[in-house]
Structure formats: C-alpha cells, structure tokens
Design a protein around this ligand. Structure first.
Ligand SMILES: Cc1cc2nc3c(=O)[nH]c(=O)nc-3n(C[C@H](O)[C@H](O)[C@H](O)COP(=O)(O)OP(=O)(O)OC[C@H]3O[C@@H](n4cnc5c(N)ncnc54)[C@H](O)[C@@H]3O)c2cc1C
Length: 484
C-alpha cells in the first residue's frame, strides 16, 4: 500500500509492481485530466503538492536512475518534447570522455514529468491507483512486549480500512508518520533547520520568433546578490522559469508576489532580464509564492533497530532539503528504488526490509540533509550580517570557495567542471569535492587571483538600488487587492 502518488510513490509503485508485487497507490488529488504536458501543467489539480508548479530541476541522478530502472519513461518524456542538457557537450569533442554522459539532466516542468511517470505506472497490471482518496492514518498493531509497532492497514477518511503487508509513506514534506508513531509511544529522532528563503517562482514560454539561446539560461543558473538569491531553469516545450528567493524577514521583498514588481526586479538582474522581456517570452503562470521551507531528516532506525515495522518513509517524508538545490526529486527516486530492492532482498521479513532500506538510504539522506542545512545556515549568517560561529567557520570557507573559486574555475578547467558536475547532479555526495585535491587547489588559486584583481562578484544591483526598484514598481499596487 503506497500513500502518495508523487515522485517517490510512483517510483516505488513502478519498481514493486515490476518485481511481482500487487500495489495500491492512494492519493488525495484527482487523476490528471489528460496526458499531454500542457493540460497537466495548466489544469491538473495538485493541491496535495503545493510546489507542483514551482520551478523544478531534474538533475542527472534522476535521469540515470530512470535509464537503469525504467528507460521507457525517458523515451516518453522525449516524445512529449522534453529536452536533455549536458554542459560537457559544450566542450570541444576531443576533450570529452564517454563517462561525461552521466551528467545529462532533464529539462522538464514537474507536472509533465509526473504525468508521464504516472502513465507508465498505470500501465502496470499489478498497480491500482486510487485518486481523490485521503488517508486518515496508518493502523499499527503491537504484537508482543518490546516489539516495535507493526503497520497492518491504512484507514481512509470515511472509515474504510485497507489491510496492507507493507505501507510506503510517500506523503511528502507534510508526512504525519512521525506524529502517528508518537501516538504509539514511539519517538522518531527528527532534525529540522529552516531554509530561510521565501520562494517566488514564475513560468514563461519563449516565443517562436525569439532568438535567445535557452542554453544560456541553464548555463548561468543563478546567483546570490548578497541579500537574496535568484535562479533560472529551462523546462520542456520552450518553457522556462525564474525564481527569486529573499529571506523571510526582509519585508519589502514580500511585494515580489505582485507580477509587475517581480518583473521589475527580474529585469534588474542581467542573467534574468532577457527572459522577462515580452519580445522574447510570455508568462504562463502568475507569480507563485511559497514560504516555510525547512530541511528535515527523520531517523526510523535507532540503536540498530527499526522504530516501526511494515512501514517505510520514502522521498520527502524521510528527508527534505532546500528546494534551491534541486535535490528532492532525485532523492525521492533514489529512496523509491532502494525500498524496492530492500523488499526484493528480504521478502516477508519486515525487520530485514527496514534495516536493508535504512542501510541503503541513511548515509545518502544524512549527507544531503547536512549539506543543505549547512548552506542555509551560512547564508543566513551572511545575509543577517552576523559573525559566523566557530563551529561553522570551516563550512563558511567551503561555501566561499564554491562560489568564488570553484564556480568561476569550472568555466576554464575540465577537471573542476567535472568535479562540480558530479556534485550538482548528485553523482557524488555533496562533500566529496573536498577530497578532490586538484579541484580544491585550482578553486583556491582562482579565488585568490580574483581577489587580487578585485574582480567583483555582483550579479545584480545592490540592495538599496533594488529597494528603489521595488518601491517604484510597487507604487501603483493597491495592497488591499489580491496579489496578481
Ligand atoms: C518550491 C519548491 C521547489 C522545488 N524545486 C525542486 C527542484 O528544482 N528539483 C527537485 O528535484 N526537487 C524540487 N523540489 C522538491 C520536490 O518537489 C520534492 O522533493 C519531491 O516532490 C518529493 O516527492 P515526494 O513524492 O516525496 O512528495 P510529493 O511530491 O510532495 O508527493 C506527496 C504525495 O502524497 C499525497 N498525499 C499527501 N498526504 C496524503 C494523504 N493523507 N492521503 C493521500 N495522499 C496524500 C499528495 O497528494 C502527493 O501526491 C522543490 C520543492 C519546493 C517546495
């Protein structure tokens, strides 16, 4: 029984069904109205996934997993107009090696990706998807003294109880598994750190007669203005997204929810400006604000034993990281296929399944949680103008080296480029780059060279100037009217 038909739930369903298990996937949201990407994006009610229309990057780990486990998903994505991108393809052919293919990522909006994956899952004869069905709670039994509670069934809103041999909790970042287990006296150790960014995202479509090079958008990616961050993404079918991420405490930036303020600010950032120019693009969504992001890691094995049996947390319900990194979907697919493998290896042995799953995913989840939370802490100190505490000094140096050394160095050095691509695309764990002596040396040299030449890192106007732009653009806003 899989609760949640998002990326994690669908990936798990596909793998389990293909290894001969009968699977029911339950989701609170309606089924997609149609399979084509535009209808999915414009009309599918995905209230259960508030970020469904926010910009999504699908880094190479997602593509590599699908290539291994379900290559037809990639074929179907191509059929609906999804492109692929690999920065190494921009290097002269003589400098490329076959392994560079591992860096190819997918250029697709979240809902076209999801509808395509869902279509493949629905074709599996052993899978039933029940849309518009809300799970109220997982039922647990306690078999004997001292044994962890064992999931036995799923209770739906309305009272229907569906028995289950194994429950996959793929309900996303708002999973209630931890509080359900608390009701049975089980404490799930949980780490939580605020991301301290508010998302304002908007999708556009490039006009047919626009001659802008969309690769430029992906190559430049994003930046930090010292008081907020921005990013740019290519999607499928000539779509593209821009996101602006100020901190939650910087109240003037709340005006970004208004489209003309959003666009005035985007126009002031050289990397984003051409992409909000009506001669080249046309918006296909309103500005979508989203606050309250957190890094969360939940540990379901304590002192070498699972805290519960018959239930596996997969995707965001296990580990949530700052969306700015674009790691979530890749981690969701990783954990989905790890759950499938654990079930295959330990058929019917619930403790064996729980331990095998934990052993497979925990080092990865911990590494990504730690890295994401550390990036957010350092940025928060910087944006607030605070001194970096002693325990974060080393991490702050690393963040500086990434931004001011390795980032510029990767434009000139193939070794650094590959090291950075392994990090960005979740091929290597985020900290692996620090053991790459050559990359670190070149990054340091670049950072020192740039500092000596006083090369500025500014990628947009200073804060005061930006506040002026917001004020000017916002002068016409009626604050009592709904955001547009
Ligand atoms: C603003 C933003 C931007 C992001 N950008 C990126 C990005 O660029 N790249 C990237 O890889 N990741 C990104 N992410 C993260 C990514 O969206 C998630 O990591 C990913 O969706 C996790 O998948 P999931 O299946 O675990 O959860 P979800 O996709 O959230 O799916 C959960 C599912 O469970 C269902 N559900 C929940 N509760 C119940 C219930 N009680 N009964 C029945 N159904 C239920 C929901 O309807 C939903 O379908 C972003 C996230 C945010 C917030």
């Amino acid at each position: 029984m899989i609760i949640g038909a998002g990326v994690a739930g669908l990936g798990t369903a596909l793998g389990l069904a293909r290894s001969g298990r009968r699977v029911t996937v339950i989701d609170r949201d309606p089924a997609p109205p149609a399979l084509d990407p535009e209808t999915a994006f414009s009309s599918w009610d995905r209230s259960g996934v508030p970020q469904a229309r926010q910009p999504h990057a699908f880094w190479a780990r997602s593509r590599n997993l699908l290539l291994q486990r379900a290559p037809e998903v990639l074929e179907r994505l191509r059929d609906i107009g999804v492109g692929e991108w690999n920065i190494l393809n921009m290097a002269p052919p003589a400098m490329r090696v076959p392994e560079d293919q591992q860096f190819t990522s997918l250029l697709v909006r979240r809902l076209p990706f999801e509808v395509t994956l869902r279509n493949v899952v629905e074709e599996e004869p052993l899978v039933e998807i029940r849309p518009e069905t809300l799970v109220d709670r997982i039922e647990f039994a306690t078999d004997r003294d001292g044994a962890p509670p064992r999931a036995t069934a799923v209770r739906l809103r309305g009272g229907e109880v569906l028995p289950a041999d194994l429950v996959i909790d793929a309900t996303g970042r708002r999973s209630r598994l931890v509080s359900s287990l608390a009701g049975h006296g089980v404490i799930v150790p949980t780490q939580m750190e605020d991301c301290n960014v508010v998302y304002y995202g908007r999708y556009y479509r490039q006009l047919d007669d626009s001659d802008l090079d969309p690769e430029e958008l992906t190559r430049r990616g994003g930046g930090d203005l010292g008081y907020f961050q921005y990013g740019t993404f290519q999607g499928d079918n000539r779509t593209l997204a821009i996101f602006l991420n100020p901190p939650p405490w910087d109240t003037p930036f709340k005006a970004l929810r208004h489209k003309h303020v959003f666009e005035a600010v985007a126009r002031a950032i050289p990397a984003a400006a051409p992409w909000v120019d009506p001669q080249h693009t046309s918006p296909i969504t309103d500005v979508q604000p989203m606050a309250g992001q957190q890094n969360v890691l939940r540990r379901f094995v304590v002192d070498g034993r699972p805290v519960a049996l018959g239930v596996l947390p997969v995707g965001d319900s296990l580990c949530t990281t700052n969306p700015q990194n674009g790691w979530g979907a890749s981690l969701a697919l990783t954990y989905a296929f790890a759950a499938v493998d654990a079930v295959a290896q330990h058929d019917g042995d619930l403790e064996g399944i729980a331990m095998a799953y934990h052993d497979a995913v925990w080092p990865d989840a911990e590494a990504y949680f730690r890295a994401s939370a550390a990036i957010d802490r350092i940025r928060t100190h910087r944006w607030r103008g605070e001194e970096i505490p002693a325990e974060d000094q080393e991490e702050a140096e690393r963040q500086r080296l990434l931004q001011e050394g390795l980032n510029p160095a990767m434009r000139r050095d193939m070794h650094v480029l590959r090291a950075m691509m392994r990090r960005t695309n979740l091929i290597d764990p985020p900290d692996a780059i620090w053991s790459d002596e050559q990359a670190v040396r070149i990054g340091r040299e670049t950072m020192e060279w740039r500092a000596a030449k006083q090369r500025p890192f500014a990628v947009g106007p200073p804060r005061d100037e930006m506040l002026g732009i917001i004020k000017e653009a916002g002068a016409t806003i009626d604050e009592t009217a709904p955001a547009s």
